[in-house]
Ligand binder design. Sequence first.
Ligand SMILES: Cc1cc2nc3c(=O)[nH]c(=O)nc-3n(C[C@H](O)[C@H](O)[C@H](O)COP(=O)(O)OP(=O)(O)OC[C@H]3O[C@@H](n4cnc5c(N)ncnc54)[C@H](O)[C@@H]3O)c2cc1C
Length: 510
Amino acid sequence: MSLTRINLFNQTKQKFRYTTSLLFNIRHLATVTQDHNIKKRDVFNNSFMIDKNLYDIAIIGGGITGNALACALVNSQKTKSRRIALIEFNNMSNIREWKPPHLQFSNRVSSLTPRSIQFFKDIGVWENINHERIRPYKDIQVWDGISDARIRFNSDDISINKNAEAIAWIIENNNIQHAILTKLAQYKDSNIDFLENTSVKRIMFDDVNYENEQFDLSDWPSLELSNGKVLKTRLLIGADGINSVVRSFANIESLGWDYNARAVVATLQVEPQVENATAWQRFLPTGPIAMLPLNNRFSSMVWSTTPTLASKICTLPSNNFIHLVNAAFRLRIADLEYLYSQLENSDIEFAKEFEWRQSIEKKPGIGNEIFPPLVLDVQEKSRAEFPLKMRNAESYVKERIALIGDAAHTIHPLAGQGLNQGLADVQSLVKVIEHGVVTGQDLGNIQLLKNYSSDRYLSNLIMLGAVDKLHKLFGNDFAPIVFMRSLGLQVINNLEPVKSEIIKYAMGIE
Ligand SMILES: Cc1cc2nc3c(=O)[nH]c(=O)nc-3n(C[C@H](O)[C@H](O)[C@H](O)COP(=O)(O)OP(=O)(O)OC[C@H]3O[C@@H](n4cnc5c(N)ncnc54)[C@H](O)[C@@H]3O)c2cc1C
């Protein structure tokens, strides 16, 4: 074939694709403008595209970000008529029917910023949250385990947001998921197919199995599902977590490193408080330990530490575990290291060791040492460990593909930002898709999708970098560095405008 003929062929192919794309959009416009009494699905099926395995948007992953995205798209007047497939590996019925016992909390909780909360209010999810099981906090206490230098943030000190309701809210992940699924179930006539208990086995272009002789959809990704179905989608969204199959399929590299550390989580019963509404974090040389309030009698713990210590902490008898946690918030590093060395010694009584060491450490005259409530017990089976990694995809978009949440980036949990970043991705991508719909663009078009990545990439990268630097700075016990960082903490603690800017950033306030 001569060059001119190839060009002519390609041009005709492009035009043909453009026309099918236009027809597809016209069909959607028709769907939107139909009388509401006519079932949208009938209109859809009577349209030129009868094939029910074709979707405008396929979201892989029904974690919080994938489900929130589906919910936001269905909630939006501009995008609600798009045909969406949401594919999730797990069976979600447990979460849909979530009825937690009164005084038991899941060990997976998130600290959600006011920006994320506002987003959930905007898409109608917040009204379905079980509000008796969430805890706003207005106060954060962070201190250096070696020098005891402290910084305190209080939402009342934030210049732009006097008397802010809270810095953040601690919410069980199940509570969030339950609220999103409840909201999704309320959209009875939506164009969404929730395929749960289903995984994506393979993604491909130009598959021979897919038969649609009428139209050339060869540049639409095809998804081969575990139930044997093959779907085709105009836009494929990877919300499938750190080991994203969508990211692998798109050949997008994920850059970053493993911290060689693990986060141990647990639900703690603490000394009853009048108001348990402070988030506590102490930076130990092996990693930070945080205590986050759940209600006046319970808190959630996230303790980042070495893999060896993590597995010992997880298997320690409960009675020793609670004293080790109390020690980790209160004792000098040398005392703590002694306790670490005794974790496998069944003769040692951690309660006595802790009390004795604490009594000789009390420094009269130093009044600013306030500590989190004492831990009294740990909820059975609530201890679990998670590997810690830092990752950022080299790109968040490709032709017909976008990545959100942990599929795009994964961050150390010390600042409680991972899910908040994912929800900010969702908000941004929804705006871009809405714009695509309103302007009649092909939703998989890379030029359209680039608006999403240019909005989110840099801002995620800055947060990933900042948290990574914090982790490294506080993981160092070299004396001059400890001195400099402690000085820095004290200076910042007394500089209200700087503190204000830091906390506004952490709260997602632009
Ligand atoms: C200890 C710890 C504490 C944290 N604390 C906070 C916090 O306080 N605040 C905060 O903002 N963030 C926090 N994070 C981070 C937060 O938990 C994550 O960023 C967030 O859960 C990621 O959500 P996601 O939906 O993007 O991914 P995931 O939760 O990983 O969901 C991915 C989903 O995709 C599904 N899936 C994967 N592959 C397939 C496939 N092939 N086919 C079908 N389905 C598939 C999976 O089943 C899963 O449901 C914390 C993380 C850890 C580890």
